[in-house]
Design a protein. Structure first.
Length: 94
């Protein structure tokens, strides 16, 4: 499986997701100094960002996720799941 195929599958799966975004393949635009993911970049957003970095020459793919673990803790996940189960908008109360 090529890195582009994995990236495309993630994009297709999460298209339209309110809280999950898939960043462009091998994009360093969101990296601090071109090398680091700032964990606080998604604070207070309830969001998850997925990144795919590949080296086709070596045949490697690195998947990374940046999660707002304060807003997306157990209580936030509980509220979000209850909203979905009860037919409310996913973001109600978050």
């Amino acid at each position: 499986t090529r890195a582009a195929e994995v990236h495309e599958a993630l994009q297709a799966h999460y298209t339209g997701s309110q809280f999950v975004s898939v960043k462009p393949l091998n994009s360093v635009e969101d990296l601090e100094r071109g090398a680091f993911l700032r964990p606080d970049a998604v604070n207070n957003t309830n969001k998850l960002e997925l990144f795919c970095f590949s080296n086709e020459d070596k045949g490697t793919l690195w998947l990374a996720a940046r999660l707002d673990n304060l807003g997306k803790g157990a209580s936030g996940a509980c509220v979000q799941n209850l909203n979905l189960a009860l037919g409310f908008p996913e973001a109600t109360g978050l």
